[in-house]
Design a protein around this ligand. Structure first.
Ligand code: CTP
Length: 397
């Protein structure tokens, strides 16, 4: 599957650069063409001679190398590839990439490319956990940049933790998935995410605290397994992911219409916190105080239940997954909800304020299927998403 594929491999300046030599060998053996770009810091760890010999290619190094510009300018170099891989992706490279800088050849290629980019981060554990790196990461995730690793383990600097570059075989697997050989290749998955806004009048609305983080992470994880993802989102506070078809809506009624327009799909995952009610007597004009001191009364009407409508509809996807946001008796409520709504699985979570889950970065979920309930440990939302995407891939296989 890698035969005749062209990989632009950017090697950053970290001790893990030695593993990139093995990566080049694996890729070329699988029939891929590797075009290497070595940063100035990268060349402190591996020599251009070794990289060039293994890749059987010229090694690109300098933005202002006029010979290169005459042969193949940086724009063309960035676009002639099928995939851009950065391994190791250092904290510095990630920060410059997130900021959109173009201060060396690697950064310029990353800014100029129209291809997907896969990062294999590698750095000291403290550098990885530093808020600055996590900010870069969040921005890059939001831009649709793909990532493999980092892994946990012993580091060259003697510390232990997250920050080891993924192993070359793992990077090859991620490259294959990015190039369309993933477990969900050829599948269409619909994801709803975020809150809805239900208008009271033209300037006011009723909403909820959903950030859209879990739905966004799911879209990313499904995309990374090769699925074609339609992402129907309310006004979320996290950026929308790259590499997916984004449909923006405001109200639950609009969400239902967008979902129905996106069908058919192989699977639907309803992670949105759609409003159960809308304001029935919403005004066309801004409501004014009338001086009487009397507060206006809002009347509510029930919204369509998107999950139930899709689960029971004629165009039902083979797998329908709902979420259940509960504050008490989570298991009982969620189990009943699965049956009531007619979906296959329910991902239940406790959204009591004390859990910090709604709007937070972690989630503690119980997966409820026809076979029973499975409680997962508290995990980063991205990890919950990866596990769920893997389960979805297995169910659709
Ligand atoms: N959902 C939906 N349409 C709505 C409201 C919710 O499709 N108008 C979906 C959500 O995306 C989620 C599931 O229904 O997958 C459960 O949402 P939740 O708010 O937990 O359930 P409710 O429908 O509000 O049920 P209850 O009032 O019993 O909590």
């Amino acid at each position: 599957m890698l035969a005749a594929k062209r990989i632009l491999l950017i090697i950053g300046g970290g001790i893990a650069a030695y593993k990139s030599l093995e990566l080049i060998r694996l890729l070329t053996r699988a029939g891929a063409t590797v075009v290497p770009v070595l940063t100035r810091a990268g060349a402190e760890f591996v020599t251009p001679l070794t990289v060039g010999a293994l890749a059987g290619s010229k090694v690109y190094r300098d933005l202002f190398d006029l010979g290169d510009e005459a042969e193949m300018g940086h724009i063309q170099l960035s676009r002639a590839a099928d995939l851009v891989v950065v391994a190791p992706a250092t904290a510095d490279l990630m920060a410059r990439m997130a900021a959109g800088m173009a201060d060396d050849l690697a950064a310029t290629l990353l800014l100029a490319t129209d291809k997907r980019v896969l990062l294999a981060p590698a750095m000291n554990v403290r550098m990885w956990h530093h808020p600055a790196t996590q900010r870069s990461l969040a921005a890059l995730d939001g831009d649709g940049v793909l990532r493999v690793g980092p892994n946990e383990g012993d580091m060259a600097c003697g510390e232990f933790g997250l920050g080891r570059m993924a192993e070359p075989v793992g990077i090859v697997a991620a490259i294959e998935a990015a190039l369309g050989g993933g477990l969900l290749a050829g599948k269409h998955v619909l994801v709803t995410s975020g809150p809805t806004h239900e208008p009271i009048d033209p300037v006011r609305y009723i909403a909820n605290r959903s950030s859209g983080a879990q739905g966004t992470a799911l879209a990313v994880a499904l995309r990374d397994l090769g699925a074609r993802v339609t992402f129907v989102t309310g006004p979320a506070s996290v950026p929308t992911p790259g590499g997916v078809a984004v449909v923006r809506i405001e109200t639950a009624a609009e969400m239902l219409a967008a979902v129905q327009a996106a069908l058919p799909a192989d699977a639907a995952v309803m992670a949105a916190a759609g409003a159960d009610w809308r304001v029935a007597n919403a005004r066309d004009q801004k409501m004014k105080k009338d001086g009487s001191g009397r507060a206006p009364a809002l009347e509510f009407a029930e919204n369509p239940d998107i999950l139930a409508t899709v689960s029971k509809g004629a165009m039902r996807p083979a797998l329908v997954v709902g979420f259940a946001a509960e504050t008490d008796d989570v298991l009982a409520h969620a189990t009943a909800k699965r049956l009531r709504k007619g979906c296959d699985w329910i991902v239940a979570n406790d959204v009591s304020p004390a859990t910090g889950i709604m709007g937070g970065t972690e989630n503690a979920v119980t997966l409820i299927t026809a076979d029973g309930a499975e409680t997962w440990p508290r995990l980063a939302k991205a990890e919950v998403a990866r596990r769920l995407a893997a389960r979805i891939a297995a169910a659709l296989a």
